[in-house]
Ligand binder design. Structure first.
Ligand code: PRP
Ligand code: URA
Length: 207
């Protein structure tokens, strides 16, 4: 599917299955979210720009590279927080912005309750982090906010995605690059991904 990368690496799929398992404890779930996020970010950052950097090793000169992209990570509160720390281990210089969104469980509409983003996101490679892309309402609200700050093409890393959410996001923001570990079957009547993994925020934070 155009603009959608399904990361089928065996380690990602192994750990995703453990995340899906309802017997997995919150402690283990939280650890696994971080681990899968780390693996997924490799793929999501594959096209970041690099420039030359030459260094001297203990035995000679080496031509090398350095990242020239400025990365802005935007975890969607709450559940996206579960992905942040492990990704920051890999991209310690990344800037971090936050968007707080809560899905109204009756209407499934995303309600924005917090945002702290740079005044301009224009110079950044923006990566939105959220374990779940369900109806797409939260993702669209987040994309609207970062685009309003000047972000251009935005990447999203979602552990799981529903076909309905992908379609909705790409209809509104066709230039979004979506990275996910699986596209599940459908949404149920309550807007949950089937088979999914349940409520990601509740499982991460033992709510
Ligand atoms: C979950 C999830 C996404 C959203 C996806 O968050 O982390 O942000 O639902 O659903 P959508 O695609 O239908 O908008 P939730 O609103 O439950 O908040 P939480 O992270 O605080 O639990
Ligand atoms: N949010 C979740 O946490 N899980 C779903 O399945 C859908 C939305």
């Amino acid at each position: 599917m155009k603009n959608v990368t399904v990361i089928d690496h065996p380690l990602v799929q192994h750990n995703l299955t453990r995340l899906r398992d309802r017997e997995t404890s919150s402690t283990e779930f939280r650890r696994l979210v971080g681990e899968v996020a780390t693996l997924m970010i490799y793929e999501a950052t594959r096209s970041l720009a690099v420039g030359p950097r030459n260094v001297v090793t203990p035995v000679g000169k080496a031509r090398g590279t350095k990242l020239t992209s400025r990365v802005l990570l935007v975890p969607i509160l709450r559940a996206g927080l579960g992905m942040l720390d492990s990704i920051l281990q890999l991209i310690p210089d990344a800037r971090v912005g936050f968007i707080g969104l809560k899905r109204d469980e009756a209407t499934l509409q995303a309600i924005t309750y917090h945002q702290s983003l740079p005044a301009s996101a224009a110079g950044y490679e923006v990566i939105i982090l959220d374990p779940m892309l369900a109806t797409g309402g939260s993702a669209i609200a987040a994309l609207d906010l970062v685009k309003a700050r000047g972000a251009k093409c935005v990447r999203m890393v979602n552990l799981l995605a529903a076909p309905e959410g992908i379609q909705a996001v790409l209809a509104r923001h066709p230039d979004t690059q979506i990275y996910t570990a699986a596209i599940d079957q459908k949404l149920n009547a309550r807007g949950y991904i089937v088979p999914g993994l349940g409520d990601a925020g509740d499982r991460i934070f033992s709510s």
